[in-house]
Design a binder for this molecule. Sequence first.
Ligand code: SR1
Length: 325
Amino acid sequence: ADGLSGAPAPFDKGGVKVALISYISAGDFFQAYQAGAEAQAKALDIDLRVFPGRQDAAEQREQILQAINLGVSGIVIDHGLPESLGDVVQQALDKGIKVVAFDVNLNNPKIPQVEQSDHELASLALEQVVKDNGKDFNAGYVYVAGFAPLDRRNEVWDKFKSENKGVVEKARFGNVSDTTATSTADQAKAALTANPDISVVFAPYDEFARGVKLAANDLGIAKKLKIYSADVSTADIQEITEEGSPWVATVATNPAVVGAVSIRAAALEIAGQTVPHQITVKPTLLTQESLRAAGVKTIEELAEKIPAFSTSDAATASWIPDKLF
Ligand code: SR1
């Protein structure tokens, strides 16, 4: 470890140990989030210990205890179930370890919360739904309760339905696992077969949208369905822009930027500098039409065209390198 010249202690010496503890590691979003965290850690000469997530609350608790024993200075907790984390997170804080939470509400004034402005994300997606479909349609909705970003998006969906009585939610389904897309596809097939009058599916997680698209293609109904999602990856761009795709819009950040912001927040905390309690990375609406028109094929090409996809001004400081992608 060489350290960063001009950085405050302990980053001037380098080799600061930070743990990234995820609840979910499978899927494009989480892989890109981790890659962004790793890139930012490298730029800060942080020794990042990555603990993979397997949707296992007991294992995530165990990993937090392991990180404490490793003598880390900071822990970034990426998703998880708040009820199973409170006491172990408190043990970390009691030892002077700085904790940052992404998309898991740890409800502690000492823990900065990173999120993607999920209310705005869902609102932008639903504005596009109305633009394309009006306010009278039958909908399918993909949701799993208990995940902070999905719960926040759900608040917007509930409000949208109560304000638009012509929008009828005919089916609700969803699954979060290490095979989210394929399990959701099985459920979507059953829901779409039972409700052939569904014309819009709100699927605010890209793995959900991928599952619904799979089902629509298998059932041969892609032409009469429109899917709206959250998140973007290179594979998603391909699926959205391909000929005849029912996936017509998504609202997204670059997850790598969110990963980088989470590490920067931890670094600022470790350096004793001010970090806002709520750290937000704002999402952008990406329609099938706009992606096709721009000829964008990868997330890197998106980052060249949309500044918010290459960096964020959240949790920055003059000593922190933030041009990573
Ligand atoms: C199971 S929660 C999945 C969501 O977490 C992140 O906020 C991503 O945007 C994804 O949609």
